[in-house]
Design a protein around this ligand. Structure first.
Ligand SMILES: [Zn+2]
Length: 354
């Protein structure tokens, strides 16, 4: 589809948002419609509570749950969003579970190393044991993607160094499983970007909109700002520059995965606040700002709507969305959640359904 860019209006193919947290329960009703406004497909993260998505049965249960909501939205005249289902890979995930999950419709398996982020208390401990390697092999055999939360929590490693500490594991896996599609999720460092660039075409990375905007200063540099806190933590200015460069470069290894991750306000504003940024309500608008500032608006559609689909091996989305240059103020709160850039003015606005 040819992109039509005028100074005050952009029409883009509907997005693939390859990393979304939709949660379970009433909060879904508040958060899912924002993603459905711009995305034709969304990769749905499995680290849900109270029930994590670990098996084919879980996949069917969670997809039914989501489809009930999405079908209701469709009846109300809203756009259709296809959920791309995933399972969480833990130490006890077996090749048989992989085959069953794939049969149930899971497109990918997500690994959370132990203790690095929300709901990773039962995350993977060992990347090199015989059993888990058989599981990765099974993923490769059935054509399931391996999505990595690329951080390791170890002694004497600062939170800002956890991604770098993980990169040898990424290299090790990528060299052993040449036909396994591996995604370094929400890459956040210069070294992460360089590693993905260097590796073969079976390795790609998603980039979030908030990592294109924030540095560590925006979390702890001017008072503690819990609504910007996320994993991996945004880092230095140089890292952010490299991420912007990667996203706008036209390199097909880098595509959108928003990691939109809503937490109720009281879970963020407390002694031990949850990590995660709710970006879905502002995502297309903020991305347009970032790409415009970089002078690369013409590359936006490849990043949001082409490279992810190509890496996953999916046809491109049908349908379009349109952004217009019209200022608006981001609401302070949506369904009990404080969205990214709350209360600030944005230049681009997503038009309602076409
Ligand atoms: Zn995530």
């Amino acid at each position: 589809m040819e992109e039509r860019t005028m100074s005050d209006r952009i029409t883009l193919r509907r997005f693939d948002d390859m990393h979304c947290h939709f949660r379970i329960g009433p909060i879904m009703i508040d958060v899912v419609p924002f993603t459905a406004r711009y995305a034709g497909r969304a990769t749905v993260m499995p680290n849900t509570r109270p029930r994590a998505i670990l098996t084919g049965k879980d996949v069917i249960w969670y997809r039914d749950h989501l489809l009930r909501l999405l079908n209701g939205m469709k009846l109300a005249g809203m756009s259709v969003l296809e959920p791309l289902m995933t399972i969480e890979i833990r130490d006890n995930t077996t090749p048989k579970m992989i085959v069953e999950a794939k049969r149930a419709g899971a497109i990918a398996g997500k690994v959370y190393p132990l203790g690095v982020t929300t709901n990773s208390d039962e995350g993977l401990r060992d990347f090199s044991g015989k059993k888990i390697l058989e599981t990765f092999r099974a993923m490769q055999d059935v054509g399931m993607l391996l999505l990595l939360h690329g951080e390791i929590d170890q002694e004497r490693t600062l939170v800002t160094k956890r991604e770098e500490a993980f990169l040898p594991t990424l290299l090790w896996l990528a060299e052993r499983f040449l036909d396994l599609k591996i995604v370094l999720e929400h890459v956040s460092t210069r070294s992460g970007v360089q590693t993905v660039e260097r590796l073969g075409k079976n390795v790609a990375a998603t980039i979030t909109v908030h990592h294109l905007c924030l540095t560590l200063n925006d979390i702890i540099g001017y008072g503690v700002q819990p609504h910007n806190a996320c994993n991996p933590m945004p880092k230095d200015f140089e890292d952010r520059d490299v991420l912007i460069q990667a996203a706008t470069s036209g390199n097909a290894k880098f595509f959108l995965g928003s990691d939109t991750a809503p937490h109720l306000r009281e879970k963020k504003e407390c002694a031990k606040g949850a990590c995660g940024v709710f970006t879905a309500p502002v995502l297309p608008a903020v991305l347009a700002e970032v790409f415009e500032r970089a002078g690369k608006l013409d590359r936006l559609e490849d990043f949001t709507s082409r490279f992810g689909a190509e890496f996953y091996g999916l046809p491109l989305n049908e349908g379009t969305i349109t952004l217009v240059k019209k200022e608006w103020i981001v609401p302070e709160q949506i369904g009990g959640v404080v969205p990214f850039r709350a209360g600030t003015k944005l230049r681009w606005q997503l038009l309602r359904e076409e």
